[in-house]
Each structure stands twice: as structure tokens, then as C-alpha cells.
Design a protein around this ligand. Structure first.
Ligand SMILES: C[S@@+](CC[C@H](N)C(=O)[O-])C[C@H]1O[C@@H](n2cnc3c(N)ncnc32)[C@H](O)[C@@H]1O
Length: 275
């Protein structure tokens, strides 16, 4: 796919994220009418992998409403969030102000992040939980991340596992709770087009652009893009827990997150790399 075609599909995604934003803001899923509680979006292992953040420059790519970005500011980091959705960035600024937290939000496409951030470099770049699937070109993304990191800086991706994306319920409703392998596990294919009136949160239909495009990326593709960009892979974790119940049969664990009844399978992965 040409770069022009990629840009066209990303513009469609941008309009879709602008249209989803008001629904997300009012949703119970994000719970922003009360305490945004940024910590609930993080697994304990993430803080172990990230280490001490006080005084560090942390960049959160594809930050959406900044619900996770706030957690970095709470932990004493100089936090920056970047997202291409103007509506998201406006909302993220309001949410941070209401929480009394100092976060710098920038509206830009990830692929333009180096220029948009004025060539600034960071100690930590964090991204994930529904981010990489919107990126058509992982090698170009990995090159961008490498430029955003100081020497020795850390990239932390916490992303939905390809196995999660390949599972789906039985096609006919009422056929039982089992999940089936319904979609490709391996990534590397072309864009998957969705035209969805409803977004992944609760709430009304999206008023505005409903078309979006996603790219499935296997873990091999992510690792190879990072190593080709010169980053060192430090640690990979696979976790059977998600921050919310993706399917009705998921059960709450003692951490407050959700997992499928046995057998245990990975639903989320954490990948730590360094420059
Ligand atoms: C599911 S959110 C991920 C953030 C966070 N984990 C969450 O769940 O709120 C995906 C975000 O990626 C942003 N996004 C998608 N493609 C992007 C791109 N090419 N450049 C910058 N932001 C992008 C969208 O605007 C959206 O806010």
C-alpha cells in the first residue's frame, strides 16, 4: 500500500476517533464523570518493568483521553501525551486540569511526532492497549520511536495479544459461551475495514464518521521492527488478564482485572525495549 493510501486511511481513522470521543467521554467504561482513577488501567507488572518515574520525561503515544497518561504525572514524571484526534486532545487537557495534574498534550500523527515535539527526546515512550492496530507501517513507527528516545531510554508497549484478537464468540447467538478461533492470528495482512455505528464503550451510536481501518501486527512483526530500528529487546511478558471484561464469561481476579476461565491463555503482552 502506498504512503498516500496509508495517509488516506489514517485520516479516516482520525475522523472516526474525533467522532467516538464524545461517546467515550460520557461512557461508564472510562468513568470520567467521577474519579478517573488512572491506576486502574495498569497491571502491577507494568510498574515493575518501567521502574522509577519521578523526574523522568515520559511520552505516551496515542494517548486518547489521557486516562493512562495521568498515571505517569501522578508518579512524578514530566508527562507528555500525543494523539492525532483533536477532540481527544481537547478532552485530555480538560481531564488533566480537573485532576490538577500537569500533562503536556500534543495533537499530531505518531508518524509526525519527532517534528511535532520539536526533536525533543524522552526517557520513556509508552504506548498500547489498542494503539498499534491503527498503524499501517511498523518499521516506520519503530524508527520514529527510536528518534524519540534518549540513548538508554525505554520503550514500553503494553498491547492486546494477537490471540485475543483472533478469538471470537460462536457465530449464532445462544450457542454457548465458548470462544472460537475466528480471525487470523498472524499479522502482516492489509487493512481491516470496519464500519461500526457503536464503539467499544457503552453509550449511544457514534454521530459522525463510522469508518475505521486496522492492521493486525504479530509479535514477530513488532520485535523485528524494533530490532531493525536499533532497539534492544529487554523483556517480554504475556498476561492472561485484561483491565475490563472483553467477553461475558470473563471473571474478576484478585487484582481487580479480568481473565477467562481455564485454560489460561495470553490476552495482553508487555514488551520492554531500550535504545
Ligand atoms: C484505544 S486508544 C488507545 C489509548 C488508550 N490505551 C485508551 O484505551 O484510551 C487509540 C488512540 O490512538 C489514536 N490514534 C490512532 N492512530 C493514530 C495515529 N496514526 N497517530 C496518533 N494517534 C493515533 C486515536 O486517536 C485514539 O485516541
Amino acid at each position: 500500500m502506498s504512503t498516500d493510501d496509508q495517509s488516506r486511511l489514517m485520516r479516516a481513522n482520525q475522523a472516526n476517533w474525533d467522532a467516538r470521543t464524545p461517546v467515550h467521554l460520557a461512557s461508564r467504561f472510562y468513568g470520567l464523570d467521577g474519579d478517573p482513577d488512572p491506576a486502574r488501567w495498569f497491571a502491577a507488572f507494568e510498574w515493575d518493568d518501567l521502574g522509577e518515574l519521578t523526574g523522568r520525561d515520559v511520552l505516551h503515544l496515542q494517548c486518547h483521553l489521557g486516562t493512562e497518561t495521568l498515571a505517569f504525572a501522578q508518579r512524578g514524571a514530566r508527562a507528555t501525551g500525543l494523539d492525532f484526534s483533536e477532540a481527544s486532545v481537547a478532552a485530555a487537557n480538560d481531564i488533566a486540569a480537573k485532576a490538577g495534574l500537569d500533562v503536556d498534550y500534543v495533537q499530531a500523527n505518531v508518524y509526525d511526532a519527532v517534528a511535532a515535539l520539536g526533536q525533543r527526546q524522552f526517557d520513556v515512550v509508552y504506548t498500547g492497549k489498542g494503539a498499534l492496530c491503527y498503524l499501517p507501517d511498523l518499521p516506520r513507527w519503530a524508527d520514529t520511536v527510536a528518534q524519540l528516545l534518549r540513548p538508554g531510554g525505554l520503550l514500553y508497549i503494553v498491547e492486546f495479544h494477537p490471540l485475543l484478537n483472533s478469538l471470537g464468540p460462536k457465530p449464532a447467538p445462544g450457542e454457548g459461551p465458548e470462544l472460537l478461533l475466528r480471525h487470523d492470528y498472524l499479522g502482516g495482512g492489509g487493512p481491516v475495514h470496519r464500519d461500526a455505528t457503536f464503539t467499544y464503550t457503552d453509550g449511544p451510536a457514534v454521530a459522525g464518521a463510522t469508518d475505521s481501518y486496522e492492521w493486525m501486527h504479530g509479535i514477530d512483526e513488532v520485535i523485528n521492527a524494533l530490532t531493525t530500528a536499533g532497539l534492544n529487546i529487554r523483556h517480554l511478558r504475556e498476561s492472561d488478564e485484561l483491565p475490563w471484561p472483553r467477553w461475558p464469561q470473563m471473571v474478576r481476579t484478585e487484582t481487580g482485572w479480568w481473565c477467562l476461565p481455564e485454560p489460561r491463555i495470553p490476552l495482553l503482552y508487555g514488551l520492554l525495549a531500550s535504545r
